[in-house]
Design a protein around this ligand. Structure first.
Ligand SMILES: *Cc1c(COP(=O)(O)O)cnc(C)c1O
Length: 391
């Protein structure tokens, strides 16, 4: 029999041999456009802190005030005695912002996806996912026990075929997609998806993780920007990206939230988020809706435009719609890592995203922008890409 250590050693060798080894970097600074690690400073093009709120003083103040009043730990799950005022205030703010009857906060977006799909679907039901849907939705779909079907990325014709098949089969049918895709920054054809799910009597869960804070007049997300919010049964987002804090949320009807409170195991059997984190998230949500939030969005979109023009002049293709995520497809896994290392020597931190996060031989540099980058940062990046990337 192979011992534990020996078995794990073999598993790890397999990962190394495939060129897929990953390890953690210890970041020695706050999250921002500049980060320090290994004793060096880098211009950071890798965070999801799209508006620069992660280290914003208003969120820090909210944390300090919440700690004064409520301490640090919530001490219990929400349904026992951990449902503190901060959580309720955050949920009211989320529902008001998104224009829904109710909202519910989970410890993470990952837990929110799990809670929704397992509460709404069972063995007799069908879940239809976009091919590029996030791991949280794939795992949640599997855990729900529903039959899982995948439609080609953003392909409405393929989605319609699956909806037809599912409607004939009977049972509940739920379509799940991201609004802005996490790896490529491209947008889902939301109007088409909404129309189809209505025609076939299916439900839609929309993951706005990379859209919340960035699109729409008050930064509500892409559904609101496209005027489709009210036709989507389940809107999901995270408070850990543009909002600058942590936790996941669901917005929808009062009945949806009541059902989740009663059935979602990732909500029920988990300690409530720290009240300080919920207070910070609420401050982030308020800031996003303020004049300052609007200014930060304008700054971000200006930086995005400059980078798109810059990489376009270097011969890269850019996605049709603007987003804070810009994928630069490099190809092989080893080549992507070598390019990342050259950029890192030049003082830029841009992660190489590889299999299994994206398909093999579609390894890429995933550049993410923030309102906290200066125009000069963008110019420097374009210059460095011109030198570091051989294609
Ligand atoms: C980050 C992310 C999540 C998970 O949210 P967390 O709050 O980080 O757990 C879900 N969906 C997508 C598309 C994401 O990018």
């Amino acid at each position: 029999m192979v011992g534990f250590d020996e078995q794990l050693g073999r598993d790890l060798d397999e990962i190394r041999d495939a060129g897929l080894w990953r390890e953690l970097r210890e970041i020695e600074s706050a999250q921002s456009a500049r980060i320090k690690f290994g004793g060096r400073e880098f211009i950071n093009f890798s965070s999801n802190d799209y508006l620069g709120l992660a280290a914003h003083p208003a969120l820090g103040r909210a944390v300090r005030e919440a700690v004064e009043q409520f301490g640090v730990g919530s001490g219990a799950s929400r349904l026992i005695c951990g449902s503190l005022q901060s959580h309720h205030e955050l949920e009211s703010a989320l529902a008001k912002w998104q224009g829904t009857e109710a909202a519910l906060v989970f410890s993470t977006g990952f837990a929110a996806a799990q809670g929704v799909l397992t509460s709404l679907l069972g063995l007799d039901d069908v879940v239809i996912l976009d091919k590029k849907a996030h791991a949280s939705m794939i795992d949640a779909a599997k855990l729900s026990g529903a039959t899982l079907r995948v439609f080609r990325h953003n392909d409405l014709e393929n989605l319609e075929k699956l909806l037809q098949w599912a409607a004939d089969r009977g049972g509940r049918v739920l379509v799940a997609s991201e609004s802005v895709f996490s790896m490529d920054g491209d947008h889902a054809p939301l109007a088409g998806i909404v129309e189809l799910k209505e025609r076939y009597g299916a439900w839609l869960m929309l993951d706005e993780a990379h859209a919340v804070g960035l699109y729409g007049p008050l930064g509500q997300g892409l559904a609101a920007a496209d005027g489709l919010g009210e036709r989507i049964e389940i809107r999901m987002g995270t408070l850990g990206k543009a909002v600058g804090a942590a936790s996941g949320f669901i917005c929808g009807s009062r009945q949806l939230v009541d059902l989740l409170v009663n059935k979602a195991r990732s909500f029920i059997f988990s300690t409530a988020p720290s009240p300080a984190v919920s207070a910070a998230a609420r401050a982030g949500v308020e800031l996003i809706q303020s004049a300052e939030g609007e200014k930060l969005r304008q700054q971000l979109w200006q930086r995005v435009g400059k980078l798109r023009r810059g990489v376009g002049s270097l011969g890269w293709e850019t996605p049709a719609e603007p987003s804070a995520i810009l994928p630069l497809i490099v190809g092989g896994e080893a080549k992507a890592v070598a390019t990342m290392e050259r950029l890192s020597e030049a003082g830029f931190f841009i992660p190489a995203i590889r299999y299994p996060t994206v398909p093999r031989n579609e390894a890429r540099l995933r550049v993410t922008l923030s309102a906290s980058h200066s125009v000069e940062d963008i110019q420097q990046l374009v210059n460095a890409l011109g030198q570091a990337v051989t294609r």
